[in-house]
Design a protein around this ligand. Structure first.
Ligand code: MN
Length: 224
């Protein structure tokens, strides 16, 4: 997979985003990342580690555990693996200028018999996520004959993690630093105790924390 388009769009002297590195060795587990990106329009960038790069889709309304809505996901250029953990501010005037939150991360398991790239080629990729916020089976399906040919739909399958009414904006905090989008935009320090019920925590965060007990219990590593 080529990272030329990724590199062409960016000036690495100006943006803190990672420059493409050397090709990564084949991973034993595949990672996924979701970034909440407050650029010209707020959107979520959904990234799956496939074939040594991050296959990426921009999702205006964000992913959901609700199996009813189909979320438009525009496929964008591959990103380097190092991009996965990126959180920070892309300076104004640069490509994607705005704040980037690491909204979710974890591993995924490919479903079905075909390799991931073949599934992407046919326009129907199935996988099971094990993230801090997103869990369970999903499919991302190309809408053939639509637009520029990069419009996909992200679908949550009905399983034990499916949650009708699940609202992505109730989980608008970083899994890396506990910060809100505004705190990232202001370059405020990481809130390492973000998951504890701090009295000054906004109501929405408390809601998110109480709803995600399961998530805390299975967390493999503490937030940095
Ligand atoms: Mn983006």
């Amino acid at each position: 997979m080529s990272l030329k388009e990724y590199a062409r769009k960016r000036d690495f002297e100006q943006t803190p985003e990672p420059a493409p590195g050397r090709a990564a060795p084949a991973a034993e587990v595949s990672h996924f990342y979701v970034q909440r990106h407050d650029a010209t329009r707020l959107h979520y960038d959904f990234r799956l580690e496939i074939d040594g790069t991050l296959k990426s889709w921009a999702i205006p309304k964000g992913p959901t555990l609700d199996p009813a809505p189909k979320r438009l996901a525009a496929m964008v250029e591959d990103h380097p693996l190092e991009y996965g953990e990126f959180e920070g501010n892309i300076p104004k005037g640069n490509y994607g200028g705005g704040s980037v939150m690491l909204w979710d991360r974890g591993t995924f398991e490919l479903l079905g018999d075909l390799p991931a790239l073949k599934q992407i080629e046919r326009g129907d990729l199935k996988f099971r996520l094990d993230g801090e916020k997103l869990k369970g089976e999903f499919a991302i399906v190309l809408m053939k004959g639509r637009g520029k040919g990069n419009e996909w739909l992200l679908l949550k399958k009905r399983d034990e993690f499916a949650t009708p009414g699940w609202d992505v904006e109730e989980y608008a905090f970083s899994v890396k630093t506990g910060r809100t989008q505004e705190e990232i935009a202001k370059d405020l320090p990481a809130k390492t105790a973000a998951k504890s019920a701090a009295p000054e925590a906004p109501a929405k965060r408390k809601t998110a924390a109480s709803k995600s007990k399961k998530k805390v219990a299975i967390r493999r590593s503490p937030p940095k």
